[in-house]
Every structure is written in C-alpha cells, then in structure tokens.
Write a new protein. Structure first.
Length: 72
C-alpha cells in the first residue's frame, strides 16, 4: 500500500452504513413529546391566538364605527 492510500475496509460509502440503533425509550420519548406539542399548540395556543385576533378586529371595528359617527 502506498502512502496516502486508504485500505478498502476503512472507506465505507454512506449508502452502505448502518444507522445507529435508537432505544425504544427514546422513540417513546420522541412520540410523547411530539403528541404533547401538538396538543399544546392546537389545543391551547391556536384558540388563544384566534381569540386575541377576534378581540382586536372587534375593537378596530368599533373604533371605526365611533369615528364615522363623530364626523357627521
């Protein structure tokens, strides 16, 4: 073997490599956190956000209505 050359064993193409084993505990943790995050976002944050938007739109509508009545 010449200097600078690598043996065939040390170079394994990425397509042949075996991915590392992931323990069932980590899979369970991953799915639990994903489920919890989805429930938190869609169950709490989205309705809260929509409620704030509706309150802002209502306040803006009332302010415009009051402004047009004062300009008569």
């Amino acid at each position: 073997m010449q200097p600078g050359e690598e043996s065939e064993r040390s170079v394994i193409p990425a397509s042949v490599r075996v991915p590392p084993h992931i323990s069932p505990f980590r899979w369970a943790l991953w799915w639990f956190l994903l489920f919890f995050s989805l429930i938190l976002f869609y169950g709490f944050f989205a309705p809260f956000w929509f409620g704030l938007r509706i309150a802002a739109w209502t306040a803006e509508f009332r302010a415009r209505r009051r402004g047009s009545q004062l300009n008569r």
